[in-house]
Design a protein around this ligand. Structure first.
Ligand code: GRF
Length: 203
């Protein structure tokens, strides 16, 4: 059983999907901690409802970045976290955590990285940019996390066709469905074998 921490800032639909795979025993893991910068978000509400341990870390609660980063790392270590899954987490991870958890932090991004990623590419903005660029395909990427937004080694991708007349919202909906399928598969493999899955040649 791998001990998993989920980091989320939004609705938490990926988190909820991961949770249900854990509940079913499909992912051999245990969600031991949920971290967010936003105490009001769907992910935190869900975590509380399910009785999962959650931790809110943001600049309002901890104006000193050193204190904030230290507290977060200590919480992860105390909970004996072995895998961190970012699921719509809007903040950069502190360097100390990237270092401590090297090759054990995953993120999911709603496009085919390295395109349409990086600072400012989040939420509906990603899909708007895909449509504005006239791209014929988009997709989902799961990658390892480093110190830059959407930048670490790509470990799994799935492509999705952009249909003529697609709106960003319609595309977002199709992409999210694929996310809900791909992310649990990658996490399942990590929990089973202890290493990231796929290594699909990019980067
Ligand atoms: C997803 O599109 C994910 O790829 C991105 O943020 C979104 C989170 O959605 N990183 P949700 O909170 O899991 O519903």
């Amino acid at each position: 059983m791998k001990k998993i921490a989920i980091f989320a800032s939004g609705e938490g639909s990926n988190f909820q999907t991961i949770y249900s795979h854990v509940q079913k025993g499909d992912i051999q893991g245990d969600i031991v901690l949920v971290v967010s910068n936003n105490s009001q978000c769907g992910a935190v509400i869900f975590a509380s409802r399910k009785g999962l341990e959650n931790l809110i870390v943001n600049d309002t609660l901890y104006p000193n970045p050193g204190t904030k980063d230290k507290l977060l790392l200590q919480a992860l270590i105390k909970a004996e976290v072995e895998l961190i899954c970012l699921a719509g987490y809007m903040k950069l991870l502190p360097k100390s955590i990237v270092k401590e958890y090297k090759d054990r932090i995953l993120n999911i991004h709603p496009a085919l990285l390295p395109q349409f990623g990086g600072k400012g590419f989040y939420g509906i903005k990603v899909h708007k940019a895909v449509i504005a660029a006239g791209a014929e395909e988009t997709g989902v990427t799961v990658h390892l996390v480093d110190e830059e937004y959407d930048h670490g080694k790509i470990i799994a991708q799935e492509k999705i066709k952009v249909r003529p007349g697609d709106t960003a919202e319609a595309l977002a909906e199709r992409v999210l469905k694929v996310e809900h399928n791909l992310y649990p598969r990658v996490i399942k493999a990590f929990c089973k074998d202890g290493v990231v899955w796929g290594n699909n040649q990019q980067k």
